[in-house]
Design a protein around this ligand. Sequence first.
Ligand code: B12
Length: 543
Amino acid sequence: LGSSVRKQPPVTPPCPRPCPSSPRRAVPCPAVPCHDTHRPAAACGCSWCCCRLRSCLPGSARLELWGPEEGLQRAGVHGRVGVLGVHRHHSPAPPVLGAAVPRRSPALLTLHSPPGPVEAPGQAAVLRALSSRLLALAADPEREPDPSVYLALRLAGEHDLRREQQYLARLQDAFQHRYSRSLQAAGDPWHDAAGTEHSTSTDVEWLETGRLALYLLGLRATCPPPEHKPLRSLVTWLKYYLEEDWAGSRRHGHPITSYYQYGLGVLALCVHRKRVREEVIRRLLAAEQHAKFGYSAGSAIDTEAVAAMAFTCLEQERLVGSTLAAELRAAVHGVRKRMVEAQGEDGFFGNVYSTPWAMQVFIATNSCEAQAPYGRAMAALLRHAGAFSTAATLAQALPALHGRSYLHIASMRCEEELDTLTPISPEPLSELPGNKTVRLVVECPLPSCPQRWLYDHAVLAPASATLLDVLRAATEQGPPDFTFDTQDTPQGPYLSGVLGLEAQQQKRKYWQLLTAPSTSLQMGIADYRPCDGETLILRLSQW
Ligand code: B12
């Protein structure tokens, strides 16, 4: 293994069970050698798991594995280190995914890496390039500031502190004014914001739970921390939105926003150590237990992961009683198990975009059983790093690639940070010569639809056209006339209306994007580039 053999640590008490599903309070493992973090099993889980935490955190300082063999097996290692991204100081050989651990290993094997994201050869370079690209995208004044971008910058190993500060100022500008008034002074924002609950517009304006949650998470990650007073008002607003979502979920069986945003809301409050009503937590728990997170176009992984992190935070921060804590722990254990079982041949949990979220759960929960799946997922993400071409997708992928989860924010301290990152703008895509023909089909299969087939025509577009370009070309190529509407979101332009039929948030109707015969696209209209001869379907769907 090429690692140094250190003195035998104090005798490790035998693990009472294979591996606790979640450690108690976050033990600052990266800063403390594992053998110093020994706690009675009841306090932090058995020491095997303390060690395992490091192996989940490629960006952290150490991976330490305790022998003897019996212990490794107990922790589910079975002689393999299923992790990519640990750089060994003491070994000239690069670390390899799945590197064999000697079966008769000495008492303690220590793999040291300097602080910061030092990973397997190639990985560090890829990570740095991705962070630099996000920094460049963040510097674009045309883009609305997005709290997840700020979070990704803060959770990285290297920084451009001046640019981060500027980005924070833009975020504060966008959010703080909006929430500076008190809730009472604002009246009932839910009814004021976008007309009424029965509005037929797409009214994304009032969908605030998730965005406010992300902003609050971002504020917790600032250095120095923000003042108390504005924070208090934001927390009150978030509690208010969460209550609205809770009430919506009771009334309609789903939150007004989505369970993803609901989960983010609980997580953000927890990271700020604010209590959430037990019923509000139980609602999310029940939704998780009754598999209510899926929607027609996508898997439930992203939402499951966000909920699992919220549950983990509540438990780790001891913000719930012991009965609920046990239920949350069991739920997280179930989520992890399902994720591991559902991991695809390609290494992804769900798809490439949900995989970083799933990985955050393993990181946050220090999960022994996920070592090998985690390593496979990391390798898959690095192979497909090009998929993260937009600020939003990059921002969601980078924390996990850096071995960090949003829970890390709860224990972030102001300390010296590497101010070494520089922005790199992505190369503009080279234009392909010539044209392509794309068949565009518009379907409306819902009972409320005037008819099922609304449009079916070939559209001529430049060879490198995105779906958005194809839609624009279609509007110029009638008859019959083609029209569409979009709304700007942090994920890019969202197709909100086609041929005068609007997506309706309230009724959970949206324009689903598919490629024939019926594969749901994993990208939005601005990012997907159809091939020549491809048939694209815009289908009004229920989610
Ligand atoms: C809930 C959700 C939806 C809901 C949103 C409605 C709602 N009221 O919440 C519905 C079901 C409508 C939806 C639709 C789609 N979604 Co969606 N969605 C999500 C999910 C799980 C949470 C989004 C969220 O609430 N974020 C929190 C808030 C605070 O952030 P936000 O940016 O303000 O969120 C808004 C936008 O993101 C927008 N939105 C949601 N999905 C998408 C996708 C695209 C491409 C765009 C531009 C906008 C958009 O709706 C959100 C609420 O207003 C994310 C998961 C994730 N990891 O982000 C996937 C996710 C964003 N969706 C994704 C995709 C692919 C789609 C679709 C393109 C699927 C399809 N084939 O039709 C469509 C969009 C089509 C269109 N008309 O443009 C991908 C995007 C990947 C990428 N490359 O960018 C994600 C990451 C899921 C995944 N793992 O693949 N989605």
